[in-house]
Write a protein that binds this ligand. Structure first.
Ligand SMILES: [Ca+2]
Ligand SMILES: [Ca+2]
Ligand SMILES: [Ca+2]
Length: 384
């Protein structure tokens, strides 16, 4: 059993910090993990409010295998992970500003790497082909990667092509590299010169995209090769894309997806505009009044290829919503305040006002209702 070697990355250099940037950690720790029999873990914190400002992070100079790999993450038992939307303050985030063309936020050149619970931002700095995570074609046949519960967003200006949020680089010799992307949000890779995608698969790569949300990209989720390889898409939301929500021909197992243009693969999907908590401000949690994604997904807890059980917030998936977020009402909180002359309001589990309640919309969720009557006496109801 390989030993986990954990170092703390904290741009605010707080107590326990080993490095103040993720790139410094990578450069100092690169080694042969297979001969050392180690898993290299970067545990990322933000004890002040400083973002991890880089131009690009290369992951290279390592030797890895399936059990001795690289893991970069925020530990959900600490307080530095995002809450399912872009945040500042004490939330760890990589803020990459590009200095030349074709730079990614993270350029992956090693074979077994995991990214969990990270915010990543690509500012193209006026450069062409700015990407989010770029998986290079130099990685070995048989290599495997995970992107789980991450948010990848673009602050791009101008026209460019091949500015993809998650990019699997074409491998001329083919083969089978595996990428699993789940509970992840990708948005605004939408430059006006085409071929900018949210999650892009191509030759040499097999991709499993489960329970992701992609918004405002040129192409949302793309399958560039379905002859020698595949892209399986389940429970994904894609909305507001320029050319197409889903492009290419996906694997036949793809199902229970949603789009606003009808391009989603599978026969159990939904076409329509998803109602998010605050779409204009990029909060893509599901609103309780949504009728497109809520409860319309497939239970993937026993999926043969990649079982999952939680959402981007770490909430247990129970009603199987489509997209990165599972709408959840936490027990023991007042969700609805009802005052005479005012429409009933629903407060969602992420803390925001989630719209007015429609009769019957609560389904089988457990809620408490606080009622203020004319004579100001209070009553509490609990409904399961
Ligand atoms: Ca390196
Ligand atoms: Ca929309
Ligand atoms: Ca949630």
């Amino acid at each position: 059993m390989a030993t986990e070697v954990v170092h703390v990355v904290d741009p605010d250099n707080g107590s326990g910090a080993d490095y103040t940037t993720i790139t410094a950690w990578e450069a100092a720790q690169q080694r042969d993990l297979t001969s050392a029999d180690e898993i290299a873990v970067a545990k990322c914190r933000c004890t002040g409010s400083t973002g991890d400002a880089i131009s690009i992070m290369y992951i290279s100079g390592w030797t890895t295998d399936a059990t001795r790999y690289i893991k970069i993450w925020t530990d959900p038992t600490e307080s530095y992970r995002h809450s399912g939307k872009w945040s500042t303050g004490n939330v760890y985030r990589i803020e990459a500003t590009k200095t030349s063309s074709s730079q990614a936020i993270i350029d992956v050149q090693e074979d077994f790497v995991q990214f969990v619970g990270l915010l990543m931002q690509s500012d193209n700095g006026g450069q062409l082909h700015a990407k989010g995570i770029n998986f290079q074609n130099s990685v070995a046949d048989g290599s495997e990667f995970l992107v789980d519960s991450c948010i990848i967003r673009a602050l791009h200006s101008g026209a460019s092509s091949y500015a993809n949020g998650i990019d699997c680089t074409y491998v001329s010799t083919g083969g089978n590299r595996t990428l699993k992307v789940q509970n992840t949000l990708v948005y605004d890779f939408s430059e006006s010169n085409a071929d900018c995608g949210g999650i892009v698969q191509t030759y040499g790569w097999n991709v499993l995209s489960y329970n992701n949300t992609v918004h405002n990209c040129w192409d949302g989720i793309y399958c560039g090769n379905n002859a020698s390889n595949y892209h399986v898409v389940k429970n994904c939301i894609v909305q507001d894309c320029t050319e197409t929500c889903y492009g290419g021909t996906f694997h036949a197992d793809s199902d229970y997806n949603c789009s606003d243009d009808g391009t989603h693969p599978g026969s159990n999907g939904q076409t329509g505009e998803v109602t998010f908590v605050d779409e204009a401000n990029d909060d893509f949690h599901l609103n309780s009044t949504d009728s497109v994604a809520l409860g319309n997904g497939l239970d993937l807890s026993s999926d043969a290829s990649n079982p999952i059980s939680v959402d981007i917030d770490g909430d247990a998936r129970t009603s199987w919503d489509i997209g990165a977020d599972e709408f959840l009402m936490a027990a023991g909180t007042f969700y609805e305040m009802w005052e005479l002359g005012q429409a009933p309001q629903i407060y969602n589990s992420e803390g925001g006002v989630d719209g007015a309640m429609a009769e019957g919309s609560l389904g089988d969720q457990k809620v408490k209702i606080f009622v203020e009557t004319l004579n100001t006496s209070e009553q509490t109801y609990e409904d399961s």
